[in-house]
Design a protein around this ligand. Structure first.
Ligand code: DAH
Length: 339
């Protein structure tokens, strides 16, 4: 039978080499449990004299207290060690290079649209929108383009049924706004998508976007139109830009004009961008045809208006020197990143 001193040394050793709580519990059971050597010693007590029994009892108690103390100490150490190793495993290495988060941005067409909206909002315009599936009545008829009018040819469209189509321009929003405002003055722009049966090539697309403008009031004249578009061109293309009006035809305006801006690449001397003319066409405009006002219930003897319509793609192509309209729709990141 091992004596208690020997047993104590052995236990101390075993306890301090345990690596887990589980191991520690096993060691504790080994020295204090039912099957322990201690228990065997205790079983011999009944055969001892009273004095010896008392002395051994004290020794056993001390032994137990000592083992419990070491076990508790070791348990604290193991807990501390476990925390440390978990901390180490979860440590963040601040010297590792980070993952860059790439920031997206608005599409260039959206940015051009917003830039143009900002310019007009700064001049007191409201921004309104209309539906892309539109009535033939508003898209053509009430814009002075009755059924059979030859100008409809230029804007053949995608019909949903004989009365409904994908709008070919943003001009029907003029009609809708006139009908809503009942002979009251109007100052609006209308951005949005439009559709035409068309070739898809470097300068044409079956779907594109426009911004329409409409101003109606008692004293609106063509010089208001010119001043407005001159401000627009300078803000969009630079402070030295001039504009010029060329006579044109639109069924919903009379007189009608095409508006050119002096070439912002060569300053008007002539270059490949302006095809040596010094001028670049940017939009169509005119004084609202009295028929259009009248059909929408406006008093065309006392109210007049001007209107204009521009292609957002065209303005963007020109402004950034882009050579193919299809770049806008293909979402090629190499193109989009350049702008
Ligand atoms: N709606 C015309 C088109 O798509 C553009 C246009 C021209 C709009 C003259 C107007 C305007 O408001 O006055 O070709």
């Amino acid at each position: 039978m091992k004596d208690l001193n020997h047993l104590q040394k052995e236990a101390q050793n075993a306890i301090q080499f345990t690596k887990t709580q589980h191991e520690l519990n096993e060691v504790k059971a080994l020295y204090l449990g039912k099957k322990s050597a201690l228990n065997q010693i205790m079983a011999t007590m009944k055969d001892l004299s009273i004095e010896d029994r008392k002395a051994l009892g004290q020794e056993i108690n001390q032994f137990k207290v000592q083992i419990e103390e070491w076990v508790a100490g070791q348990r604290d150490k193991l807990v501390e060690r476990a925390i440390q190793s978990q901390l180490q495993a979860e440590a963040i290495d601040v010297t590792l290079p980070g993952k860059a988060i790439t920031q997206g941005k608005l599409h260039i067409l959206t940015r051009t649209q917003q830039e143009i909206e900002d310019i007009f909002v700064g001049m007191g315009y409201r921004v309104v929108e209309g539906p892309e599936v539109e009535l033939d009545l508003y898209n053509f008829e009430m814009l002075n383009l009755p059924v059979g009018h030859p100008a409809r040819e230029m804007q053949d469209s995608f019909y949903i049924n004989p009365e409904t189509l994908l709008r070919t321009h943003t001009s029907p929003v003029q009609v809708r706004t006139l009908l809503e405002n009942k002979n009251e003055p109007i100052k609006i722009i209308c951005p949005g998508k439009v559709y035409r049966r068309d070739d898809d090539d470097a300068t044409h697309s079956h779907q594109f976007s426009q911004i329409e403008g409409l101003v109606v009031g008692p004293h609106i004249t063509m010089s208001d139109l010119k001043g407005t578009l001159s401000t627009l061109s300078k803000k969009l293309f630079g402070p030295n830009r001039e504009i010029r009006f060329r006579p044109s035809f639109f069924p919903f305006t009379e007189p009608s004009v095409e508006v050119d801006v002096s070439c912002f690449k060569c300053g008007g001397k002539g270059c490949n961008l302006c095809k040596q003319t010094g001028w670049i066409e940017i939009l169509g405009a005119g004084m609202v045809h009295p028929n259009v006002l009248r059909m929408a219930g406006y008093d065309s003897d006392h109210l007049r208006g001007f209107a204009f319509g521009m292609g957002i793609e065209r303005i963007t192509l020109l402004k950034y020197g882009i050579d193919d309209i299809r770049h806008f729709y293909q979402n090629d990141i190499r193109f989009l990143k350049q702008l």
